[in-house]
Design a protein around this ligand. Structure first.
Ligand code: HEM
Length: 512
């Protein structure tokens, strides 16, 4: 059989041999690749071909933040823990003190996120979230004044008028006996209106249908479009692979629509000398002379303005709407917490129209509820960094340049050692005067930390709190029984978002 005319001389014998050699070579290669951290003396989770430790996410079994929380739990007892993003070795920073060094003290070593963007073919992807090094610094410095307290005071009135509209819509609906809502959908309409008005001065959401801006931005993260899900997520988890595939992050249709809208807005403002208190106005002022807009001389080009306003929509819309939805879900389940919050809102004696910038910030229980919502459901459940120059950890371990690092804020927030009884929704953890337990610095990170922390943090706080104030000053929220108490996250989205929506009933209150 194995002679001259035997097994290895037949075509199928040769094929089998090639297959055998390939399988053995692949196994040897895989065991070499996935033993990287072992060879470097660092504990790690396992990896397998082709997705490394990311299989559950790529195959859409789990949301990305749950995958990193699993890795976080597996790494119990280790300050730094290895994993594999496809074939690339990467690190999860577990220890709060080491997290502080990475995010704040030794930031220059970790200033990039290592997210892929493609300025040439996909200009909207070159936004502040993904930009790197000096380019990031330049934009962050330019846009930061927009988020300063004095600008926030102007924004406050715009956000408030959106929450007044939300309340009006709910009152009209309840007068027509419509009281059941899917919260993610409802709050998306509210938050896109807030963002569209404050970012580019665009109005026009009527809550009845989706508007075009919402439609187009939804296409970027559409969980039902598998290819787009892949194109959206890969740049954040494996830059090399995304670059190799020359991925477009933004659908072309969205890009064309958005650039067109911005051109029209800019033309209109130029012709009619319109001045609005929005982000766009600030960017246009930075740009310098209006006739240099497409050249970018001295200031920002149209594409740069487009990217920086578009990230406002991408980063601000989903995060804020999910936060309100998760919060109302918990309030519907926890009646005494809801009552305490309603009592605090009533104690101001103000309607949503009357509430002021300072008053809303003084509502301590509202703040505690907001913070506890973000603990249990951080919309951005994993932080991203890349090591840009070799770094020696306090224990001597060297993180090499080019290594990707992650921080699982979702894992930290659900760790019972850091937050006792983590599944319990307990705003008293964040009671300003007598918190129910100590919160270890750098264990609570819903907005990240350090020079790259969320630039929209205060904006988000106002948008969420005013939305909640508008609802709870007129309604009680009740569960319809259609949504399970434990919310499952949509595995097709990079941000934490309820998979099957959240269904509640708004019951009118007899006040104000
Ligand atoms: C509840 C709402 C929000 C949450 C939980 C949230 C969370 C986050 C997180 C975790 C980061 C990464 C921080 C880090 O890596 O250290 C981030 C970055 C960012 N967020 Fe937010 N965000 C929210 C709302 C917003 C809003 C409303 C805007 C826009 C107005 C916004 C704009 C941004 C931008 C531009 C970045 C990138 C900053 C940079 O790299 O310099 N976010 N956000």
């Amino acid at each position: 059989m194995f002679g001259d005319n035997g097994f290895f001389h037949s075509w199928w014998g040769e094929l089998l041999l090639v297959l055998l050699v390939t399988v053995v070579a692949t196994r040897i290669y895989a065991s070499y690749v996935f033993s990287y951290w072992h060879r470097r003396g660092l504990a790690s989770c396992s990896g397998s071909l082709p997705f490394g430790s990311m299989g559950d996410f790529v195959l859409q079994k789990k949301a990305i933040s749950e995958v990193f929380a699993d890795i976080y739990r597996q790494g119990e007892g280790h300050k730094l823990y290895g994993y594999y993003s496809f074939l690339s070795p990467a690190l999860l920073v577990r220890d709060p003190e080491l997290i502080r060094l990475v995010l704040v003290k030794d930031f220059p070593h970790f200033m990039n996120r290592g997210a892929y963007f493609n300025e040439k073919d996909d200009p909207l992807s070159a936004h502040i979230f993904s930009l790197e090094g000096e380019q990031w610094k330049k934009i962050r410095t330019k846009v930061s004044p927009f988020y300063a307290t004095n600008k926030m005071k102007f924004m406050f009135d715009t956000i408030k008028s959106c929450s007044v509209d939300l309340q009006k819509y709910l009152l009209e609906s309840s007068s027509m006996s419509e009281s059941e809502f899917e919260l993610k959908n409802l709050m998306s309409k509210y938050s896109i209106e807030v963002i569209a008005q404050t970012a580019i001065g665009m109005e026009g959401n009527n809550y009845k249908d989706r508007n075009m801006l919402s439609e187009m931005s939804f296409k970027v993260t559409d969980p039902n479009d598998l290819m787009q899900t892949f194109r959206f997520s890969l740049p954040f988890i494996n830059r090399k692979l995304a670059a190799f595939l020359n991925l477009r992050f933004t659908p072309k249709e969205t890009e064309d629509y958005y650039l067109d809208v911005l051109r029209q807005i800019i033309d209109e403002r130029r012709k009619e000398n319109i001045v609005k208190n929005d982000f766009m106005h600030l960017l246009l002022q930075l740009k310098g002379k209006s006739d240099t807009i497409d050249k970018g001389a001295g200031g920002l080009s149209l594409e740069e303005i487009a990217a920086q306003t578009f990230v406002f929509i991408l980063a601000g819309h989903e995060t804020s709407s999910s936060t309100i939805a998760f919060c109302l879900h918990e309030l519907a389940l926890n009646h005494s917490i809801q009552q305490q919050l309603i009592d605090e809102i009533d104690s101001t004696g103000c309607t949503i129209q009357q509430i002021t910038f300072d008053q809303i910030q003084d509502l301590h229980y509202l703040d505690a509820v907001f913070q506890e919502t973000l603990r249990k459901y951080p919309p951005a459940g994993v932080l991203l960094r890349e090591c840009v120059k070799d770094y020696v950890c306090p224990d001597g371990f060297v993180i090499k340049q080019g290594t990707r690092l992650n921080i699982s804020n979702y894992g930290l927030h659900r760790n019972p050692k850091l937050f006792p009884d983590p599944e319990k929704f307990d705003p008293n953890r964040f009671d300003k005067y007598s918190p129910s337990h100590n919160i270890l610095p750098f264990s609570y990170l819903p907005f990240g930390e350090g020079p790259r922390f969320c630039i929209g943090k205060r904006f988000a706080m106002f948008s969420v709190k005013l939305g909640l104030y508008a609802i709870l000053s007129k309604f009680r929220v009740e569960s319809t029984g259609k949504s399970a108490p434990t919310v499952a996250f949509n595995p097709a989205l990079f941000l934490n978002s309820p998979k099957d929506g959240i269904h509640v009933r708004f019951v009118p209150r007899t006040v104000r």
